[in-house]
Write a protein that binds this ligand. Structure first.
Ligand SMILES: [Zn+2]
Length: 269
C-alpha cells in the first residue's frame, strides 16, 4: 500500500536531483535560486548608495566584502558587461582579468582565438542575472567604465573558497576563458588570480588547451615572452602573465640567450 507512495517519492527525488544539477551551470556548486542568503540584509544596504560613496559599515554584522547589487543587462565581451545599477546603465570592466578579443572591425581589432567562446561563456553565466559588484582602489578606468569584481552570490567573506565558488572574475580564470591582467592599484585578489590561472593552464582548460605543449623531456626551466623578448623562471609572476600566444619555453638559460632573449630582472636569472 505504502509502496506506491514510496515509489512516487523516489521518482520525485530523482527528478529534483536532475533539476538541481541543470541549474548548477557555471560554477558547479552554486544553486542560484535555492541558496539561503544570510548576508543579504547587510549587503543590500550599500546598494542604495552610488558606488563612489563608500557607505559606513552597519553597526552589527560587519560584512567582510562590501558590494552593490545590480542586474546584468547585456554582455559586450568576455570581460565587459552592462549592469543596471541604481536605475543607471553602467559599463563594467572586470578587474584583474583579460579575455581574448572578439573582432571590432570599426576599431581595427582582430578576433583572437577563444574570444567568441569567452563572450558566450560570460553571456551564459551572467546575462539577466542579479550580481553583487565589489570595487577596488580605483573606481573607474580612463574610458569611464566601472571597475569591479562581479560576485554571483553575496560574498560571505573574501576567502579563497568564497572567491573560487562565487566570483565570476575567478570563474573566467579557472575555466580558461581569461588570463590574469594585474593593473595597480586594483590588486586585492591578484595573488589568487595568478594561482587560479596556473590551475587552468596546468589542466589545459579553455584557451590554454591551445597553448604549445611543454618541451619534450619535462618541465620548461625557463619561460620567454616572444613580444618583450624577456625570459623568466616559470614561477616568476611576470612569467605567469605571458599570453599563450607569446609564451616560449627554453631548456636552458643559454638557449634563451642564444635566441635573443634577455633575463628578467625580477626573478634574477
Ligand atoms: Zn621574471
Amino acid at each position: 500500500m505504502g509502496n506506491l507512495v514510496q515509489q512516487r517519492f523516489a521518482a520525485l527525488v530523482i527528478f529534483l536531483a536532475f533539476a538541481l544539477a541543470l541549474l548548477a551551470g557555471c560554477s558547479g556548486d552554486e544553486l542560484p535560486q535555492a541558496a539561503p542568503q544570510k548576508a543579504q540584509t547587510a549587503q543590500e544596504k550599500p546598494a542604495a548608495h552610488a558606488p563612489a560613496q563608500a557607505p559606513s559599515p552597519p553597526a552589527t554584522a560587519q560584512p567582510a566584502v562590501r558590494t552593490v547589487q545590480g542586474t546584468v543587462t547585456s554582455v559586450a565581451d568576455g570581460d565587459t558587461v552592462h549592469v543596471r545599477l541604481d536605475g543607471r546603465d553602467e559599463r563594467v570592466r572586470l578587474i584583474g582579468v583579460n579575455c581574448p578579443e572578439i573582432s571590432h572591425s570599426d576599431l581595427g581589432i582582430q578576433e583572437q582565438p577563444y574570444g567568441r567562446e569567452a563572450k558566450a561563456y560570460t553571456e551564459r553565466c551572467l546575462s539577466g542575472r542579479k550580481v553583487w559588484l565589489e570595487l577596488d582602489a580605483q573606481e573607474r578606468d580612463k574610458y569611464g567604465r566601472l571597475l569591479a569584481y562581479v560576485w554571483m552570490e553575496p560574498p560571505a567573506s573574501a576567502s579563497e573558497d568564497e572567491v573560487r565558488a562565487h566570483m565570476f572574475n575567478a570563474r573566467l580564470l579557472l575555466d580558461g576563458y581569461a588570463q590574469v591582467m594585474t593593473v595597480a592599484p586594483n590588486v586585492k585578489y591578484a595573488d589568487l588570480f595568478v594561482k587560479f590561472q596556473r590551475e587552468a593552464r596546468e589542466a589545459g582548460r579553455g584557451l590554454w588547451g591551445a597553448a604549445p605543449a611543454p618541451s619534450p623531456g619535462g618541465e620548461a626551466l625557463y619561460v620567454g615572452n616572444a613580444r618583450t623578448k624577456k625570459f623568466h623562471r616559470p614561477d616568476c609572476r611576470w612569467a605567469e602573465e605571458i599570453s599563450p600566444a607569446n609564451r616560449v619555453e627554453f631548456r636552458s638559460r643559454e638557449e634563451a640567450i642564444r635566441q635573443g632573449y634577455e633575463p628578467c630582472k625580477v626573478c634574477n636569472l
